[in-house]
Design a protein around this ligand. Structure first.
Ligand code: AMP
Length: 483
């Protein structure tokens, strides 16, 4: 009996008509166009045609978020492993802060007149009895600095070097490489005024990209001054844009009076020429900032790191001072392709209520790195998978299979027991499909303490004493791993 399993919600969209298949899981469907606000046409029977699709589920992951299914999760896990190992090698220790904070941490830290706070903050509706306002973290630095102050880390030897990897949330318009939940590998060094550590951090990030397989990553560098020199520059820049008000698109006109620096990294094509003629902050740095910037560059050069100076790179958040940098794949890709970015935030600790303390950090966008690796044809890591599946000639004897598997797992081996009641042939088939190296077949020989060990990859089989199983499997897996 044909049944409509999904129809569109918006006027002018296409409408899917479907019949449930015999098993209720597959459906035939036909797509028809619907003029705006016309009633849903439903034409069952002979008109339903060829295309087959799975039944649309009632619930889906929220827009802009996605499930990381095992293959993609494995790709993320590999990046996390490289990240954690690398950060440890450079003396950074892991920290974990809550996924949400008091909204004021972001409003004060990131800045109220920034896209991240104004438009993209996921604010949590407070429960009645709570008076605090909370928001999901859009970036990690403000929360880490809040923790630094709260736990009196100023009294530790400085700098305090911290790293964190986890999800961030921004209520952004979803598109390729831009999600509402995305993952960052973050590194922060709090309590060192630089400039040497600025170069060390940039080198760390570049090494991360290299070690995961992205060789050709470019670093773009700028200095955005500090409280001594930036105000005069901001005034000069405002005056420059005011002179050209008629050439500013409406969005930029609005930004002009609120956060003029953002005009410099505008993506609007109408701004390209105007921005090229804009005064450059690097020509107007105070002596201390100029000296610092020269120091960063000298240290990068000492490490043999090439970089591109980018006077339009201002970063989106208010807390940055002096050094600002971003990472891009050299093979193009535009603004959306930034693989990471960071900078110095010498005023942030004080802004959040601590003693004046310099700091610098960066965040690498892991989702973008996974996409860039896929675009370069770098294949995801091999899942080490199962060493063996314990199967049996007597489908009912699941307790024996479970016991053997449990002993082997206790010895650290990845072993599944076939706990269903299907025939041996089907159990073996499933073990092969899963990519297990061995099947351990329990049969009559078990009475003599023996099992059949079937090498599913080589297609060979032999009798093995049950007490020798662990040694046999361990030997085979280590030679498999290193071979
Ligand atoms: P930001 O501090 O905004 O420059 O973010 C640091 C890095 O996180 C960026 O360079 C991107 O790689 C990544 N990133 C930022 N926003 C998103 C997003 N909405 N979706 C995916 N990745 C993002």
């Amino acid at each position: 009996m044909p049944r409509l399993v999904r129809h569109s919600t918006g006027p002018g969209e296409t409408v899917g008509l479907a019949t449930l298949g015999d098993h209720g899981t597959e459906a035939c469907f036909r797509v028809v166009s619907r003029p705006p606000s016309a009633p849903t046409p439903y034409v069952p029977g002979p008109h339903l045609t060829a295309a087959r699709l799975r039944r649309v589920p009632d619930f889906q992951a929220p827009r802009g978020t996605r499930d990381l299914l095992p293959a993609e999760r494995a790709a993320f896990r590999r990046l996390e492993t490289v990240a954690t190992d690398l950060a440890r090698r450079y003396g950074y220790r892991e920290i974990e802060t809550p996924l949400f904070e008091q909204t004021a941490v972001f409003e004060r830290g990131v800045g109220e007149v920034t896209d991240v706070v104004e438009k993209e903050l996921f604010r949590l509706a407070p429960r009645n009895e709570e008076s605090e306002s909370w928001a999901l973290r859009p970036e990690p630095t403000a929360g880490i600095v809040r923790a630094y102050i709260q736990h009196g880390m100023q009294t530790l030897p400085q700098p305090v070097k911290l790293t964190m990897t986890g999800p961030m949330f921004r209520y952004d318009r979803p598109q390729a490489g831009r999600y509402r939940e995305f993952w960052q590998f973050d590194v922060e060094a709090i309590g060192d005024p630089g400039p040497a550590i600025d170069a060390e951090l940039i080198e760390l990030a570049l090494r991360f990209y290299r070690e995961v397989g992205l060789a050709d990553v470019e670093v773009r560098l700028n200095s955005i001054g500090d409280a001594a020199c930036r105000p005069a520059y901001v005034e000069e820049l405002t005056a420059y844009y005011r002179e050209h008000l008629d050439r500013l698109p409406p969005v930029e006109r609005d930004r002009l009076e609120r956060n003029v620096l953002r005009l410099l990294d505008s993506k609007d094509p109408a701004m390209v020429e105007l921005n090229a003629g804009a005064p450059k902050i690097t020509d107007r740095l105070c002596d201390a900032c100029a000296e610092h910037f020269a120091g960063v560059r000298a240290h990068l050069e000492a490490l043999g790191i090439t970089y591109a100076l980018d006077p339009g790179l201002v970063r989106g958040l208010d807390y940055y001072t002096r050094t600002a940098f971003e990472f891009f794949p050299r093979a193009g890709g535009g603004q959306q392709s930034a693989l990471g970015g960071g900078g110095r935030y010498d005023g942030l600790v004080e802004l959040l209520g601590g003693r004046p303390t310099p700091g610098i950090g960066f965040g690498v966008g892991l989702d973008r790195v996974v996409l860039a690796l896929a675009a370069q044809g770098v294949s995801p890591p091999n899942d080490p998978g199962l060493v063996a599946v314990v199967v049996g000639a007597d489908p009912a004897a699941s307790a024996e299979r479970l016991r053997v598997a449990t002993d082997l797992r206790g010895a650290g081996l990845a072993v599944r027991a076939d706990l269903g009641h299907r025939k041996l042939g089907r159990q073996l088939e499933a073990a092969s499909k899963e990519g297990a190296h061995f099947a351990i077949i329990l049969g009559d020989e078990l009475a003599d303490g023996q099992v059949q060990l079937k090498d599913l990859q080589a297609g060979t089989q032999r009798l093995v004493g049950i007490e020798d199983l662990e040694r046999e499997l361990s030997r085979a897996t280590s030679s498999h791993r290193h071979g």
